[in-house]
Design a protein around this ligand. Structure first.
Ligand code: GRF
Length: 195
C-alpha cells in the first residue's frame, strides 16, 4: 500500500509513521506534502529519502478549493492508497475529503468525541478531566468526526499544564498512529485502545 502524509509543522507524527513502515509492513510512504513550504517536516522527510512537495496556502487566501486543487495534483501524481493527515492544520472541504473517502486518516489530540477542534489540552484541563489522550479516525467532511480507529489514554497529573499534557499525549500519538496505520493497511482496522 502506498501512503501519502500531509504535515503543516514539525512532522513528529510523520516521522513515527515513516519509521514504522519498514520490513514486512504492508505500506510504504510515497510522499510527504505540506501547505507550508517551510515546514520542518519536509526537511525531516527529505532526510529519510522520502519524496516531498508543498503548496503554499497563503497565496490562495480564502479560495480553499483552488488551494486543494493544487494539493490534489501533488498527491494524485503518486497514486496513494492511503492519505494520512499528521499535524496538518488546514480545514479540508467536503470535495477534498470525499476524493479520499474511507482512506484518509487523521490523528487528533483528544479522546474523541470530546474536544473536537483546537486547544484540546487546555479544554480537558479546564473541564477537570482525570484522563486525556489522542484518537485516530477516518476523515469525513465534518471536522474531527469520523469513525474512530484507535485511541490512547494518559492520566492527568496534579498540576498538569496544557504544555505538559501535550507532551505526554504526543508521545502516545507516536505509538498509536503507526499501530492503527499498520492494521488499516492490512485491512483489519477495528477499534484499537492503547493504555
Ligand atoms: C501536535 O499538537 C499533535 O498533537 C497534533 O498535531 C501537532 C503537531 O504534530 N496531531 P506533528 O509533530 O507535526 O506531528
Amino acid at each position: 500500500k502506498k501512503v501519502a502524509i500531509l504535515v503543516s509543522g514539525g512532522g513528529s507524527n510523520m516521522v513515527a509513521l515513516c519509521e514504522s513502515m519498514v520490513g514486512d509492513h504492508p505500506a510504504r510512504p510515497v510522499l510527504v506534502a505540506s501547505n507550508d513550504p517551510g515546514a520542518k517536516g519536509l526537511d525531516r522527510a527529505a532526510a529519510m529519502g522520502i519524496k516531498t512537495g508543498a503548496v503554499d496556502h497563503k497565496p490562495f487566501k480564502g479560495d480553499r478549493a483552488a488551494f486543494e486543487a493544487e494539493l490534489v495534483k501533488l498527491i494524485d501524481a503518486e497514486s496513494p492508497d492511503i492519505v494520512c493527515l499528521a499535524g496538518f492544520m488546514r480545514v479540508l472541504t467536503p470535495g477534498f475529503v470525499n476524493r479520499y473517502a474511507g482512506r484518509m486518516l487523521n490523528i487528533h489530540p483528544s479522546l474523541l468525541p470530546k474536544y473536537k477542534g483546537l486547544n484540546t489540552h487546555a479544554r480537558a484541563l479546564e473541564a477537570g478531566d482525570r484522563e486525556a489522550g489522542c484518537s485516530v479516525h477516518i476523515v469525513t467532511p465534518e471536522l474531527d468526526d469520523g469513525p474512530i480507529l484507535g485511541q490512547a489514554r494518559v492520566a492527568v497529573a496534579e498540576g498538569e499544564t496544557p504544555e505538559s499534557l501535550a507532551a505526554k499525549v504526543l508521545t502516545q500519538e507516536h505509538r498509536l498512529y503507526p499501530a492503527v496505520l499498520r492494521r488499516f493497511a492490512q485491512g483489519t482496522p477495528g477499534m484499537l485502545v492503547l493504555d
